[in-house]
Design a protein around this ligand. Sequence first.
Ligand code: SF4
Ligand code: SF4
Length: 371
Amino acid sequence: MIQTLYHVPEYKEELIYPAVCRAMEALGIAGDMRPGLKVVIKPNLIMAKKPEFPVTTHPLVIKAVVRWLTEHGVKDITLAESSGGLYNAEYMKNIYHVCGVKELTPQLKMNMDFSARTVDCPKGFANHSFHIITPVLTADYVINICKLKTHAMTGYSGGIKNLFGVIPGLEKPQMHYLWPNLSDFSRMLLELAQTVNPQLTIIDAIDAMEGNGPTGGTSHPLYMLLAARDFYTQDYFAATLMGIDPMKIEMIRQAAEVGLARPDEITLVGDAVPENLTPFQMPDTKKLDFTGNVPGFLKKSFLFFAERLMKSYPQLNRDVCVGCGKCAESCPAHVIKVENGKAKFRKKGCISCFCCQEMCPVKAISVKKAL
Ligand code: SF4
Ligand code: SF4
């Protein structure tokens, strides 16, 4: 498995483009290109945030990839994403605009087809089918360009997690409700990733996010652009760069267990991993989590009690809340109401998915542990 890593000290086209060219060459991507190829770029545009925040894929990374594709004869290139929140023209036009991808380059079309289709899953999957945005399903070639981040629910967000954004709009919270437990949710993510199966995954880690990701954390630049065809193993590798034990990230652990992630087979191409990388701050939801150190044979009974003691709940800072209702809109358990201009949370029924925290535009939601 070839894993590329190139140092990119800042978001400048003249620095990013050569790194993209070298990665494409090392991975042999030019050999995949052919006339008439329909390419979809799947970025991370989780919410309407300007590129200077480490929340979304930086537009200059996307621009460099589009430039490379165009120079290799590709004419049909579309950016397709379903952000958190609604999935319609009005909502997505604002996302494209604020995230800096609209009119980024004339060769890149913004997806305006907001339909979705159902695809059946292979036998043996816990999910019988997935409802996926149409442009991703009709593409010949999918390039997954994610942002490296910590994540309140999953701990880590990279290539696998980015593909959750192919589920249309508010069907994403429903998936949380269907699979409220982290283990089941992670298995769903892996089954979805295998269904989409992007040909190439690039991780924008020039700036990355630590702390209360995927939207409420802070900047932790790694000054790196990573790329690989095998995004499962790449996630394993990227987690180690963050100082995270990949085997403590449930989706990566499961990927390694079933042979999707094969860390023993990594051949690193490009620049060396810098020494003395500073470990990323974990989200508040994970800070007290000591269950990873419990021996396997004790795990089942221990987790029964630990899960109750360590369950995290959202906590509102009323002074910060602006009453926009985005948390209520994204809550799969429908336990949030907006009353008198402020969000109001009901603890009973909360599944601790933190979709509310993820979608809050003003960081009004923090984490409270039951312990
Ligand atoms: S908590 Fe955040 S998302 Fe919810 S209503 Fe208040 S400001 Fe909006
Ligand atoms: S209140 Fe927040 S954490 Fe609880 S179920 Fe709703 S979205 Fe998830």
